[in-house]
Design a protein around this ligand. Structure first.
Ligand SMILES: C[S@@+](CC[C@H](N)C(=O)[O-])C[C@H]1O[C@@H](n2cnc3c(N)ncnc32)[C@H](O)[C@@H]1O
Length: 354
């Protein structure tokens, strides 16, 4: 807005300079009056240009860090940036954005694609809790005639280099929309042919799941599809991984979040009137025994555990020394071919009756 105001003043100054030269040429202005008008016009051009440059700098300020507005919405826990005032426990900073992108590529490889629902010729697709928007951008290229919207609390923080190169890579049919699913989706009923939500289990209190699922269904068109992908606590990883999972569960309990809720979304889709509901559990391997995907998942999960360390320590669930010891043991377990740890994923989709 300020950019346009600055440009407007520059344009006004240029018009004034032109008008005063014309008036001087026609003898309608004295030399002295022409000098006064000319000085005002030049000042307007300079002032407008300065406003324009300052506004552009302000627009670019959030790149690589938080703007004042963002800073007011965030808090630092254990050196990581978290969004304030929401139940979600993971940070929202550049390190976490890199983890989410990495995780997206691992999951796409593990599941052999980006979605399971039988989507045909969609015109509008919504991704709730889009993270970096990676999923939505890829799906935008698969369906170039559909409009893709990625919704999250605030735009993903990006480092400057990524921002500069990604501006070119954003598909023209993708847009980010800010929103909080716990407050309801900012869209009219029946707006989308496909509504997708992945890995919001660390963000949604147990008693809010029915509301969230109803919102996903509300914005889906009759005949359209809702798909959910969630995960519950890692299993069969041995004592160290179990210990970290129990700290995570205790931390989530303080926010009324139940990590097992991810396994119940299929039932919720069915209870809320969707038809052709399909749900399944997929055990994705974590650790060297699981080959390439197992090793990549181990890197992702270890990184995620580190991201949760600050909140767990600040709640007094563990100490830095204890966490480091247990974390090192968990890492060793993932490096042992004998340990067969899994991430139990639950994928569910259903169709809104036509
Ligand atoms: C684990 S990430 C998953 C991101 C993405 N869906 C993916 O699979 O790559 C969870 C995302 O949900 C977002 N989130 C958390 N609480 C939310 C809320 N109440 N409304 C909207 N988004 C939320 C977070 O900001 C984060 O980007």
């Amino acid at each position: 807005m300020r950019q346009w105001f600055g440009l407007g003043i520059v344009a006004l100054g240029i018009v004034l300079i032109g008008a005063s030269l014309v008036a001087l040429g026609q003898g309608a202005l004295s030399d002295a009056d022409a000098v006064v008008v000319g000085v005002i016009a030049v000042l307007a051009v300079l002032g407008g240009a300065i406003l324009w440059i300052m506004a552009r700098r302000r627009v670019k300020a959030p790149v690589g860090g938080a703007s004042n507005h963002d800073a007011a919405m965030t808090t630092i826990v254990g050196g990581r940036t978290h969004v304030r005032g929401i139940p979600y426990v993971l940070p929202r900073d550049i390190d976490e954005m890199n983890r989410l992108d990495f995780q997206h590529y691992v999951l796409r490889q593990a599941f052999g694609g980006n979605f399971l629902a039988p989507i045909e010729h969609p015109r509008a697709i919504l991704d709730v809790g889009t993270g970096t928007g990676r999923w939505a951008r890829e799906v935008a290229t698969v369906f170039p005639s559909a409009n893709l919207i990625g919704l999250d609390l605030n735009p993903p923080p990006m480092d400057e280099q990524a921002q500069a190169s990604e501006d070119d890579l954003l598909p023209p049919n993708y847009a980010f929309v800010p929103g909080n699913i716990l407050e309801g989706l900012p869209f009219a009923d029946a707006s989308f042919d496909f509504v997708h939500m992945r890995l919001l289990v660390l963000a949604l209190p147990h008693d809010r799941w029915p509301f969230v699922v109803r919102e996903l269904i509300r914005v889906t068109r009759p005949g359209g599809w809702v798909e959910s992908v969630e995960v519950i606590a890692d299993e069969r990883g041995g004592p160290a991984i179990d210990q970290i999972m129990s700290w995570v569960s205790a931390m989530l309990q303080r926010r009324s979040i139940d990590i097992t809720d991810g396994s119940r979304v299929g039932a919720l889709l069915h209870e809320n009137g969707l038809v052709n509901v399909y749900s399944r559990r997929d055990e994705v391997p974590i650790g060297v025994y699981g080959g390439r995907v197992g090793k990549l998942m181990a890197a992702d999960i270890l990184n995620g555990m580190q991201a949760l360390r600050g909140p767990m320590e600040s709640l007094g669930l563990t100490t830095a020394t204890e966490f480091d010891r247990v974390f090192a043991e968990a890492k060793r377990a993932m490096e042992s071919p004998r340990v067969r740890c899994v991430a139990p994923f639950y994928v569910a989709y259903g169709q809104r009756p036509g």
